[in-house]
Design a protein around this ligand. Structure first.
Ligand code: SF4
Length: 292
């Protein structure tokens, strides 16, 4: 059954957005090409499932972030537009289709994410590993960023993904420590930090992201930055939380672009190697700049 997070257009909230959050609707030749490939190869993207405001820009530039293992998530994070429920999709051919679509799109840096599949014994890791392998095989020049779940802290599963050596491994903290129970009830702040540290110690590049506007204080953002750095996170993304529907956790505040710039400088001064900070920033936004 699909619950809470499923988007129902009638439920979409109508909060007046500030000017800096207004974007162009997706259109144009590249957009249509991506649209056709996604449909033809029966793929999902977080761009669509997550209601991302950047589709006009990213798809217009011929890129997208594929979401593997279906479009129904076993978790019920209160911020997320992806549908929550009991997933039915499990497709061992999906890795090949993702790889082919990336080839046809001519993507130089591919970002791949997934829903959580906590009900599966391997949490979806076989499909994850196969996808990275197929993309590399079919696109030897393409670099890969994997935005992965926490696999419930089963580290032997994490290492099966890391063994495929994606160029950068992202795992989003999403919010500050105090808000975890409300924002990511099935996740754990310390577990996500440990995952990032284990990834770094394995020898791969690390990245994480936090949404702002959920009521976090400045001190809590500094604390999250310090925790991430202490756990060897190299790249940080900071973006504005946008409430998908009135059923989702309430938006507390729009952060002004000048404040995002201050956070960018603060993150760099603290020691992140790269900080992407802005109202429209999402984990995969301008991801090609985050590789080493
Ligand atoms: S920022 Fe990421 S999720 Fe949003 S449209 Fe671009 S590629 Fe898709």
């Amino acid at each position: 059954m699909i619950e809470l997070n499923a988007i129902n257009s009638e439920e979409k909230i109508r909060i007046k957005k500030p000017e800096w959050l207004k974007v162009k609707l997706p259109t144009g030749e590249n957009y249509l090409k991506v649209r056709k490939l996604v449909d033809q190869y029966k793929l999902h993207t977080i761009c669509e499932s997550g209601n991302c405001p950047n589709m006009g820009e990213c798809w217009g530039a011929g890129t997208a972030t594929f979401m593997i293992l279906g479009n129904v998530c076993t978790r019920s994070c209160s911020f997320c537009a992806v549908a929550t429920g009991k997933p039915t999709e499990y497709d061992l051919d999906e890795p090949k289709r993702v790889a082919e679509a990336i080839k046809l799109m001519g993507v130089k840096h591919a970002v791949i994410t997934s829903v959580n599949r906590d009900e599966l014994k391997d949490k979806g890791v076989k499909v994850w590993a196969d996808t990275i392998r197929e993309v590399k095989k079919m696109n030897p020049e393409t670099t890969i960023e994997t935005l992965i779940p926490d696999f419930l802290g089963k580290w032997e599963l994490l290492y099966q993904v890391l063994d495929e050596k994606p160029e950068i491994v992202s795992h989003n903290m999403e919010t500050v420590k105090r808000l975890y129970k409300r924002v990511r009830p099935q996740a754990k702040y310390e577990r996500s930090l440990e995952q990032i540290q284990r990834t770094a110690e394995y020898g791969l590049h690390t990245k994480s992201g936090i949404m702002l506007g959920l009521g976090e204080t400045d001190d809590e953002i500094y604390e999250a930055m310090d925790d991430l750095l202490a756990h060897k996170c190299e790249v940080l993304t900071l973006g504005q939380y946008l409430q998908p529907t009135k059923m989702h956790i309430a938006l507390e505040k729009f952060i002004h672009p000048s404040k995002f710039e201050l956070w960018r400088e603060a993150g760099l001064n603290k020691g992140f190697r790269y900080v992407e900070s802005g109202a429209l920033v999402r984990s995969s936004y301008h991801a090609e700049k985050h590789i080493f």
